[in-house]
Design a binder for this molecule. Sequence first.
Ligand SMILES: [Mg+2]
Length: 193
Amino acid sequence: MNGAAVRGILPSARGGPGRPDLSLFVPDGYAPALAELSPAWLDSRGVRGLLLDLDDTLVPAYGEGLDPAAAAWVRACRDLRGVVVVSNNRNRDRVASVATELGVPYVHLALKPLPTGLRAGASLLGLPAREVAIVGDQIFTDVLGGRLLGMHTVLVGALSGAPRHPARRLVRALEAKILAGASLPNVTAGGVS
Ligand SMILES: [Mg+2]
């Protein structure tokens, strides 16, 4: 495959001479929290199923409990759309307990951004990638993984706020640098743009 063909399959060409194309890392939309994501926006894009990240999307990364607002949002939309929790977390009990509480299936040790876990999630939904949205708090796992498979991608703010570990702080800094130059549609219920 030559360079022109590769560029042709990317979601959009934002690169140029001397500027890397970062579009694989830029989500279709952003909401400060899962609970603020607009169901109407999902409908407008033909999304019939959701793959939800676990840590810092449904549960604070440094906590145990399912975020009450996120749980309420999932329960409200669960009957209209399929929902699967897809987590890179290797702790099966942690992933399973949240998924069970929400009444949805799960994939743990998903290895995002590799396609395996996200494909397994879409298979559980019984939907093609174009009808699936991945929602998560990290662009190098959730957004990139979804982009590579042609899914809709939504970045949400992390539930636990500023990370404690230096490696996580570095990742957040890289994410901020990439997103600083990107246009990020607001896809909250009160402000779809
Ligand atoms: Mg996460």
